[in-house]
Design a protein around this ligand. Structure first.
Ligand SMILES: *Cc1c(COP(=O)(O)O)cnc(C)c1O
Length: 474
């Protein structure tokens, strides 16, 4: 049968109607977000009942499908972009970034080889260069956009392993702190390191790696014939916003001929604020850095970034040229991002950060980052002034942790109480905070990086917590 039309085509009118309505749905969502519940609470069984249906053999009206998505799917999610979502690391997202994603996928941009997407590569080079400048890293540093911090850590650690250990890395040892994000350990596992090759160094009273202990471990490993090759430092731990002493670590790694990788997935963007910049002193001295634009640079998921000080090492690590890609190397100066990381086919992630920076300008981003830091300070002040709670770690890089102050209740029961508070929050939907464990005790944790969050949101959320605590203690 000869067709003159693809079975997958829509008329221009149908496409526009689908597209305009999609934009309407997004804008309605964003403008009514504060009034919405933070959490969707569908259980697996409920959602199975609402959403599951047989594999569709025939298509249906796009508008009905959009109705379904709007009413039954996008309602049953937690809103990480909600101004009172304070759990984990919020995903403020951004409309500009969402539209950039639509453009990138509307043109199905292939951001992999110069041949297939020269301007996409150019925009990515420029945007990475802007991030490099923001983080104070030298010219010659290079990087790429990846799915997130996990992939950024994996990419950086692959380079470190390749450069410092080579193919046989069974005696290589890597050092992290007891506050390091789990994605680092997972990346090491993916790379083939076993637990015996990872040293978890204890942290001080402010949850920063104890450099004396680190040096001792390195020395001991050397004596035992191991090859210490990499230190992973935190530029903002997920637990408390703690920043490891970056300059000191960089002195140690330089002296030892080791690699310093900094995980700044959420925290590195704070370098845009005055306070953050002071806390992140030494950030620019790292050998590689992970930073997530989908956290504190206000881009929608997924966009992470890895920057390597000696940019050429990325290509040294990842470049392989098969015969079927030879045509992509026609011109010498061609920059093929597929040679610098794990992915061959890559979407045009850079566009959302580039457009966000272009449309708002760095000054607005600076202001938004600073607001996040100040909101955590506001939360800390309110909590410190309350008889119901005690500040456990002061506001730092937009995170404050605290614990209920209940006289006469055993610590284990207070731990339990915090988990009950989180349960209540999930159920009532007014706001959301998550708990974590610090020094063996459960605490509540508030991360305030959403630029739409107001002081009122912060105040009302703590009042709401007061109410929940009161009810639980009745
Ligand atoms: C969020 C986070 C990660 C993981 O990043 P993803 O984007 O979720 O993959 C790694 N490290 C830190 C410190 C983080 O906050």
């Amino acid at each position: 049968m000869i067709r003159d039309k693809s079975p997958l085509s829509l008329s221009p009118e149908q496409m526009k109607s689908l597209g305009y309505r999609t934009v309407d749905i997004i804008v309605d969502h964003l403008t009514s977000l504060r009034q919405k519940a933070v959490s969707g609470k569908g259980t697996r069984a409920e959602l199975d009942r609402i959403v599951r249906e047989p594999l569709p053999e025939t298509g249906m009206n796009p508008n009905e499908v959009l109705d379904f998505v709007e009413q039954r799917v996008l309602t049953e999610i937690m809103h990480l972009d909600h101004p009172r979502f304070f759990a984990f690391v919020p995903g403020p997202g951004g409309f500009v970034g969402a539209m950039a994603d639509a453009l990138a996928s509307g043109f199905n941009v292939f951001a992999s080889t110069w041949l297939e997407g020269p301007a996409a590569a150019e925009i990515e080079l420029i945007t990475i260069d802007w991030l490099r400048e923001i983080c104070g890293m030298p010219e010659g540093a290079a990087g790429l956009f990846v799915s997130g911090g996990s992939a950024a850590n994996l990419t950086a650690l692959t380079v470190a392993r390749h450069e410092l250990l080579g193919d046989d890395f069974h005696d290589g040892v890597v050092y992290l702190s007891d506050q390091t994000h789990s994605s680092v350990e997972r990346a090491l596992r993916v790379l083939g390191f076993v637990s015996a090759q990872m040293r978890k160094i204890p942290t001080d009273g402010r949850f920063r790696i104890i450099t004396g202990r680190l040096s001792e471990e390195i020395e001991r490993d050397r004596k035992n014939g191991k090859r210490p090759f990499c230190v992973v430092a935190n530029a903002g731990t997920t637990n408390t916003g703690a920043v490891d002493p970056l300059r000191e670590l960089s002195a140690i790694t330089r002296e030892e001929g080791m690699w310093l990788h900094v995980d700044g997935a959420y925290g590195a963007a704070a370098v845009l604020s005055k306070k953050g910049k002071a806390l992140l002193e030494g950030l620019s001295t790292c050998d590689s850095l992970a930073i997530d634009p989908h956290k504190w640079l206000f881009c929608p998921f997924e966009i992470g970034c890895v920057i390597v000080r000696e940019g050429s090492l990325l290509k040294e690590t990842f470049h392989i040229m098969p015969e079927y890609l030879k045509d992509t190397e026609r011109v010498k100066e061609a920059y093929n991002f597929c040679d610098y990381g794990i992915q061959l086919t890559r979407g045009f992630r850079a566009l959302k950060l580039w457009m966000t920076l272009k449309i708002f300008g760095l000054n607005a981003i600076r202001e938004a980052v600073s607001a996040g830091i100040e909101n955590a300070e506001t939360a800390e002040r309110i909590i410190a002034g309350s008889s119901k709670w005690t500040v456990v770690t002061p506001a730092q890089l937009g995170i404050v942790t605290f614990r209920a102050d209940v006289e006469g209740l055993p610590p284990d029961e207070i731990d339990e109480l915090h988990r009950a508070v989180v349960e209540r929050l999930i159920n009532d939907g007014f706001a959301f905070l998550s708990s974590t464990v610090l020094l063996g005790r459960t605490v509540l944790r508030m991360c305030t990086i959403n630029p739409d969050t107001t002081r009122e949101d912060v105040r009302e959320t703590i009042e709401h917590l007061d109410g929940i605590l009161g009810e639980l203690l009745k």
